[in-house]
Design a protein around this ligand. Structure first.
Ligand SMILES: [Zn+2]
Length: 335
């Protein structure tokens, strides 16, 4: 994958955990670009955009943007302008003003009326990190931004501003999460290959892959129409083909659509550890129901959403166009 690491106000490519992360990711074969933006005196949205212009042709469809401090707000400006990213990892990010000396250089970047729906259209996966005792950016600022982006926010106890003076010359959790995302991205591509096969058969474009310990165990696609069997959802077929899952460890079920209650129950019952899906099904009974199962003693898989969401949405749009139907119609007929 291609990653950008974007520094904050008064920072640079050599600061904080940036060189460490760049080296670790490059060792794994990723391409990493760490631009240097103008310093505090010249900092504005315009001067930073001008600097970024030279990297625009480096943006690919699998770009990941990693940003620290003021840079997450800069990334929001990029996304709002139509730049798209597969994932954004925001460290100590915020929008608006902070009431300190950094407002002056930051304000053209952070103090804007962001259209978060439009922004989320250009990136479907956001993960955020924030120190519980950040001396510059109050935690509430990060909580508000996480709400606006539907992002998971990881609060790091005593993490400060998650920069070098707070002890962050390395950031292993961030690296681990990027590695997990990169793996999820790879397997979701395979699930989408299955979804396309389903569509070629006139089925709903849904594909699934079962992975254990980083290895594929099975793959399948929806075949409810062809088999005339209502339960032949991609995930059900995948789980069945996987055989004895009790002897497996670290099992992940990848699926291109948020799984229904039947498939989810099968995943829980068969010991799946993680469920990763691309597109929201907007079902009332779905992954949101999992905490209820937990109350009754079930071991609940961890759920990750929004991996390659746009590709799955595009498949559904194609399907709807070909079948001259609508998403609510599809959902009511199939679930
Ligand atoms: Zn299902």
């Amino acid at each position: 994958m291609k990653l950008f690491i974007l520094h904050g106000t008064g920072g640079g490519p050599d600061g904080n955990w940036f060189p460490w992360l760049k080296q670790k990711l490059e060792e794994q074969g990723h391409e990493v670009i760490v631009p240097e933006f103008p310093g505090m005196e010249e900092q504005s949205l315009e001067t930073w955009m001008n600097t970024f212009d030279q990297y625009r042709n480096e943006l690919t469809e699998d770009t990941i943007l990693v940003a620290h401090s003021v840079a997450p707000a800069f990334v929001l400006n990029l996304l709002r302008q139509g730049v798209s990213a597969e994932a954004c990892f925001f460290v100590s990010g915020f929008t608006g003003l902070l009431g300190n000396k950094f407002d002056e250089p930051n304000k053209t970047i952070t103090d804007r009326d962001f259209d978060f729906e439009e922004i989320k259209h250009n990136c479907s996966y956001f993960k955020m990190y924030h120190g519980s005792d950040d001396p510059y950016v109050p935690l509430e600022k990060a909580e508000t931004l996480a709400d606006n982006l539907d992002a998971e926010l990881e609060v790091i106890e005593g993490g400060g501003h998650l920069h070098e003076p707070s002890g962050y010359k390395e950031f292993p959790k961030l690296l681990e999460d990027i590695e997990t995302f990169s793996e999820d991205y790879h397997w979701m591509e395979e699930a989408l290959v299955e979804a396309e096969k389903a569509m070629e058969n006139g089925e709903l474009p849904i594909g699934a892959v079962v992975v254990s310990e980083g290895e594929e165990i099975s793959r399948a696609h929806s075949r409810t129409s062809r088999e005339k069997i209502t339960s032949e959802h991609a995930e059900m077929v995948g789980i069945r083909k996987a055989g004895n899952l009790w002897v497996r460890e670290n099992i992940t079920l990848y699926t291109t659509l948020q799984p229904c209650i039947m498939c989810l129950a099968a995943a829980v019952r068969c010991g799946v550890d993680r469920v990763v899906y691309a597109m929201d099904a907007e079902n009332e009974v779905s992954t949101e129901t999992l905490p209820d199962l937990e109350k009754h003693g079930a071991e609940i898989p961890e759920v990750t959403a929004g991996i390659k969401e746009q590709e799955s949405v595009t498949f559904f749009e194609r399907f709807m166009e070909e079948k001259k139907t609508t998403l609510p119609e599809i959902m009511s007929e199939s679930f």
